[in-house]
Ligand binder design. Structure first.
Ligand code: NAD
Ligand code: WQD
Length: 338
């Protein structure tokens, strides 16, 4: 077990990864500029793991601070979660996304090179696949992102491939997440969207909690069983376990590897609504609205490579995802901004 730097470590996925990795014996150091999280996440993380997790407040674009942190903390490997992730916002503000996601990754690579740390797990996204040409999506599917956010992920993946081509000592896993949802069983950490949630699960949970009147279902004329969009929802704790598996894999394997982290099962919007109504015991009123620009009809993973190479498969059900999301909501009575 080594000493890990987790950039974006107080964020939604990073904080859950910090719990899993700490619990299995890694020494983790969190690095975050708190632009989309807060110190209260750190307090709750310390409660869950039962000790003080080292935290450095910093921006991944601050290369000098990264160098001093990597060196002072004796870091052996990095998991890079820090970044912006809203597709719609990326279309409106592409420079902000390339500045944060691409420039931030370049800065991290410069710092890692400076201190000769050459093991990296990168948060990529199924968005790099663009409009699926076939389903389920495996890692051989053409890469053709259709928005600045997806392209920022794609560019970083390609940079990382160049880094490995130039120096075979690097060990890099690009983990392509599908749709992470849910929360840690304690209800102490979870997804805290700012403002009106873009994503389905947090929006449904806020409707179930009576904080929003109804859900807009973006289109029911897709070629799915009930006409609504189909996605591969994966429990954030399964996703966190996947990062632990990727680190073990990189312990034994150098090179560049792109690996899907998904369940391989797709659920429609109406199926998710039904599962949430069952988990919460609340009705979730909805209205059929127009399709959302940029949405694809269906997107779900072929998780075979993760199973074969990482010895990892998702274990938790859609019900687990809904129950844990609701528990986090109830425990935190998340305030919403209209
Ligand atoms: P999040 O916003 O909850 O976490 C990101 C964290 O990074 C936040 O704590 C934020 O404060 C921090 N951060 C952002 N820019 C930074 C910077 N320049 N320097 C330092 N810290 C910075 O998002 P998340 O859902 O946890 O996503 C984590 C990663 O996973 C992101 O790279 C995202 O693109 C990727 N991803 C997320 C999803 C998803 O649906 N949540 C899906 C696929 C991929
Ligand atoms: C899921 C389904 C919507 C909200 C996004 C990003 C992707 C990744 C994961 C970062 C779709 C429908 C949603 C609502 C709805 N993030 N929906 N009403 O769009 O699959 O993926 O998050 O990497 O890059 O694009 O997730 O949760 O927004 O939508 O009907 O209010 O729910 O149309 O079918 P998506 P989502």
């Amino acid at each position: 077990m080594g000493r890990l730097l987790i950039t974006g470590g107080t964020g939604y996925i990073g904080s859950h990864a910090a719990v899993v990795l700490s619990k299995i014996g890694h020494d983790v150091v969190l690095y975050d500029n708190l632009s989309n999280s807060s110190r209260c996440v750190l307090e709750n993380l310390n409660l869950i793991v039962g000790r003080q997790i080292p935290f450095v407040k910093g921006d991944v674009r601050d290369t000098e601070l990264l160098i001093s942190t990597l060196s002072a903390q004796g870091i052996d490997a990095v998991i890079h979660f820090a970044g912006l992730k809203a597709v719609g916002e990326s279309v409106e503000q592409p420079v902000k996304y390339y500045g944060n996601n691409v420039q931030g990754s370049i800065s991290l690579l410069q710092a890692m090179q400076a201190v000769q740390v050459k093991t990296l797990v990168f948060s990529s996204s199924a968005t790099v696949y663009g409009e699926p040409q076939y389903l389920p999506l495996d890692e051989r599917h053409p890469i053709r992102a259709t928005n600045p956010y997806g392209r920022s992920k794609l560019y970083v993946e390609q940079m990382l491939s160049d880094v490995v081509s130039a120096d075979a000592a690097w060990r890099i896993a690009c983990l392509r997440y599908f749709n992470p949802v849910g929360a840690h069983e304690s209800g102490l950490i979870g997804e805290r969207p700012n403002g009106v949630p873009n994503n389905l699960m947090p929006y449904i949970i806020q409707v179930a909690a009576g904080q929003r009147p109804y859900l807009n279902v973006f289109g029911n004329d897709y070629s799915s069983t009930d006409g609504t969009g189909v996605r591969d929802y994966i429990h954030v704790m399964d996703l966190a376990d996947g990062h632990a598996a990727a680190l073990d894999f990189l312990d034994k394997t150098s090179g560049w590897h792109a690996i899907n982290l998904g369940t391989g099962k797709g659920y429609s919007v109406l199926e998710v609504i039904k599962a949430c109504e069952k988990a919460t015991g609340r009705k979730v009123p909805y209205k059929i609205a127009a399709r959302r620009a940029g949405d694809v009809a269906a997107c779900y993973a072929d998780p075979a490579k993760a199973s074969e190479r990482l010895n990892w498969t998702a274990k938790r059900s859609l019900d687990d995802m809904c129950h844990s999301s609701w528990r986090f909501q109830q425990k935190n009575r998340l305030r919403v901004t209209p």
